[in-house]
Design a protein around this ligand. Structure first.
Ligand code: FES
Ligand code: FES
Length: 161
């Protein structure tokens, strides 16, 4: 039987939560199944496609290869936790307006990566955008529409400053 001390405690979308299951459980499963944040998608399950990206202390990481024990005392954001954030709303609208969402499977992970980029660099070059989403795979759009969407978001963010 687990004691209180066995719990993994972390901040999830702004709220303190704890998980009493196996510390080696994958973060993607804990987020989807225990906390019902199904905006986190699982594609490859091997850290290659970016569908499962979440922010871990502000950095985008693939949650399918991270044991939940790793996030003890850290801060995780999924797309659900960013919905009220202005920069994220601009990204969502820009993806829609640029036609960057087709099946939508890759979109939450793409937006997490784009958001992480814009948090640290509000005027990225095309190469910096490509680099930021290089760990995210889209089987529908090619990538150009996604790059255009992020550039549109950059322009719109500039207009709001
Ligand atoms: S599902 Fe995690 S990187 Fe593909
Ligand atoms: S929109 Fe379908 S995988 Fe990207």
């Amino acid at each position: 039987m687990k004691s209180q001390n066995d719990k993994i405690t972390f901040i999830l979308n702004g709220e303190k939560v704890s998980y009493a299951g196996n510390p080696m459980d994958r973060l993607v499963d804990v987020l989807r199944e225990n906390f019902e944040f199904t905006g986190v998608k699982e594609g490859c399950g091997e850290g290659e496609c970016g569908a499962c990206s979440v922010l871990l202390d502000g950095k985008n990481v693939p949650s399918c290869i991270i044991p939940v024990a790793t996030v003890q005392n850290k801060e995780i954001y999924t797309v659900e936790g960013l919905r009220e954030v202005k920069m994220f709303q601009i990204l969502v609208n820009s993806f829609a307006d640029a036609g960057a969402v087709q099946c939508g499977f890759c979109t939450p992970g793409m937006m997490i990566s784009a958001y992480a980029l814009l948090q640290s660099n509000n005027n990225p070059t095309d190469d910096e955008i490509r680099e930021a989403i290089s760990g995210n795979f889209c089987r529908c759009t090619g990538m150009n529409m996604i790059i255009e969407a992020i550039k549109l978001a950059v322009n719109r963010l500039g207009e709001t400053e």
